[in-house]
Design a protein around this ligand. Structure first.
Ligand code: FMN
Length: 311
């Protein structure tokens, strides 16, 4: 009998090489240290940190989360210690993990804050990539950068000019055309796009006649958004050349593979981490088994290979 080759789970996200394609989504895994008692963090493909801003933020007032059918709404509001404390207190732990560390950044007031953050992170060896969070729905702004193609282009281009680190742009699903924004990010020098961030939603307690979260609206995540996210990954895959990091309701091996078939190079677990903190590693082993069982040597064999049936 011919011996099957061992599946190779490695994937490339721009200049970052991941030992496997399973990452953890920003804001759902803290700064990783919180999860060290649950799993061997070194076995993750990569870690994406909670989004960091220039100054510390205490976030929005509670209640900031609520459960919805097959999902959750959150309005955390980018609570984080600020870049100074992040570098001093969080980087040493992340550095020791020796896996790709992706630092998510955002501005509060002016887009220039992205440049300040990128310049500081550019000097840190342990940082493999910078993820531009231009899509957070939970900070008070009329419009997000990722809701406008030219603003996206200008921001990515400006950051590209000051850092040689791998650059990832996190896109919003709250737009008419995600591919248009993805294309702008790619043309400005983004080496990958991450999608999707949360969908703006609302949940009302009919007895209190009030929103279940303090800020009225919040970001919807979890299995409820998966079909929308898979569709968006597929649409973007057909428009751009750079790798896609797919997320939105990934709960198990099947949902992870759905995203790969739609065109994702890597996948991230988000809301699932609140249910089972070690779920991402279960997906890594499930993926390896799926590849062995189906004689898949490399994920490129199935990436974007959704079968299109002609009627
Ligand atoms: C509680 C919570 C906090 C989040 N915080 C961030 C954040 O700081 N930055 C960011 O880019 N995305 C943030 N997200 C969005 C996730 O990274 C992810 O894009 C989204 O939840 C979809 O994936 P999921 O359905 O698997 O959770 C947050 C999501 C949740 C549920």
């Amino acid at each position: 009998m011919v011996k099957k080759p061992k599946p190779d789970l490695r994937v490339e996200i721009g200049s970052c090489i991941l030992e496997n394609p399973v990452m953890v989504a920003s804001g759902t895994f803290g700064y990783a240290e919180e999860f060290k008692g649950f799993m061997d963090l070194r076995k993750l493909g990569a870690i994406v940190t909670k989004t960091i801003t220039v100054k510390p933020r205490s976030g929005n007032l509670p209640p900031r989360t609520c459960e919805t059918p097959s999902g959750m709404l959150n309005s955390v509001g980018l609570e984080n210690p600020g870049i100074g404390s992040f570098i001093k207190e969080k980087i040493p732990f992340l550095e020791d993990l020796s896996i790709p560390i992706i630092v998510s950044i955002a501005s509060e007031d002016k887009p220039d804050e992205f440049l300040v953050l990128a310049e500081l992170l550019d000097r840190i060896k342990a940082v493999s990539a910078i993820e531009l969070n231009i899509s957070c729905p939970n900070i008070k702004k009329d419009r997000l950068i990722s809701q406008d193609a030219s603003e996206t282009f200008n921001l990515v281009k400006a950051v590209r000019g000051i850092t040689g680190k791998c650059l990832i742009t996190k896109l919003s699903p709250n737009v008419t055309s995600v591919p248009e924004i993805a294309l702008a990010a790619q043309e400005a020098g983004s080496e990958a796009v991450a999608l999707v961030n949360t969908f703006i939603g609302m949940s009302i307690d009919i007895h209190k006649r009030a929103s279940r979260i303090n800020s009225l609206v919040g970001g919807l995540s979890g299995p409820a958004i998966r079909p929308l996210a898979v569709r968006m990954v597929w649409e973007v895959y057909n428009k751009i050349k750079v790798p896609i990091i797919g997320m939105g309701g990934i709960m198990d091996i099947e949902s992870a593979i759905e995203f790969v078939l739609a065109g994702a190079t890597a996948v991230s677990t988000g809301t699932a981490n609140f249910i089972d903190p070690a779920i991402s590693l279960g997906i890594v082993s499930g993926l390896r088994k799926h590849m062995e069982d189906n004689n898949i040597a490399d994920l490129r064999e199935i990436r974007g290979k959704l079968k299109i049936c002609a009627d």
